[in-house]
Design a protein around this ligand. Structure first.
Ligand code: EPZ
Length: 418
C-alpha cells in the first residue's frame, strides 16, 4: 500500500491545471450504455474510480480504446445486464448503470454499490423514483434487480435533490417514449454535463441545472463525441492552498461559477483572488481568518465535497469556524486525524467547531475517505515536520498524481510503498 511522506512548511507557488470532473465522467461513462454507436470522450482522467467504471462497462460488452486522455467506446453490442458485487462494491457510481441498462436492455441486476464511508448512502430515492415510473424493482439479498416491464413516462418528485438519483432517473427515461418530468432534482454542474453529453448523442433533455427537468424519450441514441468538464472539487482544493501555506497558485480550467461559495469565502479572507474566464489565481501572504459559520448544502450552496479540505484551512486560521455537514451523516472521520496533528476541533452532532491554532505538527495519519484524505495531505503541507498519510489508494480515487502536482508547486511530498 502506498503512503505519502510530506515535509511541511513550504510556501507554494505555480500553476496547476485541473483534471476532468470525476463526478461528471462517471455518470457519462454509465450513459454510454444507452448509445448504439461509437462514443468518443475527451478530457479523460484515469482516477481509480474511472478505471473501476471502465471495468464494469467492459464486462457489459462495451469495447474500450484508451488514447491518453481520450476514450473511444464501441457501445454497439451490449448484451449483459448483471454487475457482480466485486465490481459494484468498488464505487458508489456503479449504481448509475441501473438507469441506462433499464433503458437499453429493459432489465438490470446490480449488487449494492460501494463508495466512500461517509454515511449509510442508501439508494431508496433511486428505487422509489424508478418504481414511480412503473419499473418493477426487487431489492433483496444485497442485489437490486429491475425490469422495465410496463415503464411509462411520468412525473417524479424527488423529496431531496439527490445527485445520483437524478442522474439515474434521467438515464432511465432517455429511451422511454413519452415525456418524463423530474421535479426537485439535483442542479449540480455534473448533472448538467451528463445531460449535455446525452443530448449530444441525440437525447431530448431540457431544464438541466434547474429543479424541473424534462426528458422526451427517443427510440435510440447514436454515437458521438463529448469533452468532459473540469473537476470543480479539485479546483477548489488547490485554490485553498495559498491561504493555508502562503504563496500564489494559479488554477487553470477553474470555473468560478461552479464553486462560487468558496470564491466568496476566499474574497472575504486574507488573500487576493483573481477570477478569469479560464483560471483563478489566489495569492496569500498572511494567516487565514476564520470562516464563521459554514453549512454544506446541495448546489449552488457550499459543496459537501469541499467541507473536509476547508476544515483543514480553518484549523490554522485566526478565530473559530463552525462547519455543519448537512448531506452526509459521517463525514468527520478526518477530524481525529487532524487532532493528532495539533488541531483543536470538537464534533457536536452534525457540526464541527474548529478553534484555529498557530501551527500543526507532523504526525502519522490515515486517510478515512477520499476528501478526508485530501484534507490530511493539506494538513501535512502546512504542518511543522514530517507527516505520513496512509490509505493513499482512497485519495487516488478522486485526485490524479496529487503528489506530482503538489511537488510542482514547491511542496516536499513523496509517494512511498509500505
Ligand atoms: C454524489 O454522490 C457524488 N458522487 C458525491 O461525491 C457528492 O458528495 C454527492 O453527490 C453530493 O453532492 C458521485 O457523483 C459519484 P446524493 P451521491 O445522492 O449521488 C442521501 C466525492 O467525494 N440519499 O446527492 O451518492 C445520501 O445518503 C463523492 O466525490 C438518500 O437518502 O449523493 C446523502 O445523505 C462523495 N437516498 C444525500 O442524500 C438515496 O437514494 C446526498 O446524496 C440517495 C441519496
Amino acid at each position: 500500500m502506498d503512503y505519502f511522506l510530506i515535509n511541511g512548511g513550504k510556501k507554494l507557488f505555480g500553476s496547476v491545471a485541473v483534471d476532468s470532473a470525476k463526478n461528471a465522467l462517471l455518470p457519462i461513462l454509465a450513459g454510454c450504455l444507452l448509445s448504439e454507436g461509437i462514443v468518443t470522450i475527451k478530457n479523460v482522467t484515469y482516477y481509480e474510480d474511472i478505471n473501476s467504471m471502465l471495468e464494469i462497462l467492459q464486462l457489459l460488452g462495451i469495447k474500450i480504446q484508451k488514447h491518453e486522455n481520450v476514450l473511444v467506446l464501441d457501445c454497439r453490442y451490449i448484451d449483459k445486464y448483471i454487475i457482480p458485487l466485486e465490481l459494484t462494491n468498488k464505487l458508489r457510481a456503479s449504481v448509475f448503470c441501473l438507469g441506462p441498462l433499464l433503458g437499453r436492455l429493459g432489465k438490470a441486476r446490480l449488487a449494492y454499490p460501494g463508495g466512500c464511508a461517509i454515511g449509510s448512502r442508501p439508494i431508496d430515492l433511486h428505487i422509489s423514483g424508478l418504481a414511480k415510473l412503473g419499473v418493477h424493482v426487487i431489492d433483496r439479498h444485497g442485489y437490486i434487480t429491475a425490469y422495465k416491464g410496463n415503464m411509462k413516462a411520468g412525473k417524479v418528485c424527488l423529496p431531496f435533490p439527490s445527485v445520483g438519483a437524478t442522474e439515474n432517473l434521467i438515464m432511465a427515461s432517455v429511451l422511454n417514449l413519452g415525456r418524463t418530468q423530474i421535479i426537485g432534482g439535483a442542479k449540480e454542474p455534473e448533472v448538467v454535463d451528463l445531460c449535455n453529453f446525452l443530448n449530444a448523442l441525440g437525447a431530448k433533455i431540457y431544464g438541466a441545472g434547474s429543479d424541473h427537468i424534462i426528458i422526451d424519450g427517443v427510440p435510440s441514441l447514436a454515437g458521438g463525441e463529448y469533452t468532459v468538464m473540469p473537476d470543480r472539487i479539485i479546483a477548489g482544493t488547490y485554490l485553498m492552498l495559498p491561504l493555508l501555506c502562503g504563496g500564489e497558485v494559479e488554477v487553470i480550467n477553474a470555473n468560478g461559477e461552479h464553486i462560487s461559495p468558496l470564491v466568496e469565502l476566499l474574497k472575504n479572507n486574507s488573500c487576493n483572488i483573481r477570477v478569469k474566464s479560464d483560471r483563478i489565481i489566489v495569492t496569500a501572504k498572511r494567516r487565514a481568518k476564520c470562516f464563521g459559520k459554514i453549512e454544506t448544502l446541495p448546489y449552488p450552496h457550499f459543496p459537501t465535497d469541499l467541507q473536509q479540505p476547508l476544515s483543514c484551512v480553518a484549523c490554522v486560521a485566526k478565530g473559530t469556524t463552525i462547519i455543519t455537514e448537512n448531506l452526509f451523516e459521517s463525514r468527520f472521520k478526518h477530524v481525529p486525524e487532524l487532532v493528532k496533528m495539533g488541531a483543536k476541533i470538537n464534533i457536536c452532532d452534525s457540526s464541527i467547531i474548529i478553534d484555529g491554532v498557530k501551527e500543526l505538527f507532523g504526525a502519522e495519519v490515515v486517510a478515512p475517505d477520499l476528501r478526508g484524505g485530501a484534507a490530511l495531505v493539506m494538513a501535512g503541507l502546512v504542518a511543522n515536520g514530517y507527516t505520513t498519510v496512509k490509505n493513499v489508494n482512497l485519495i487516488d480515487r478522486g485526485y490524479f498524481a496529487l503528489e506530482q502536482k503538489l511537488s510542482m508547486l514547491g511542496a516536499d511530498i513523496k509517494r512511498l510503498k509500505e
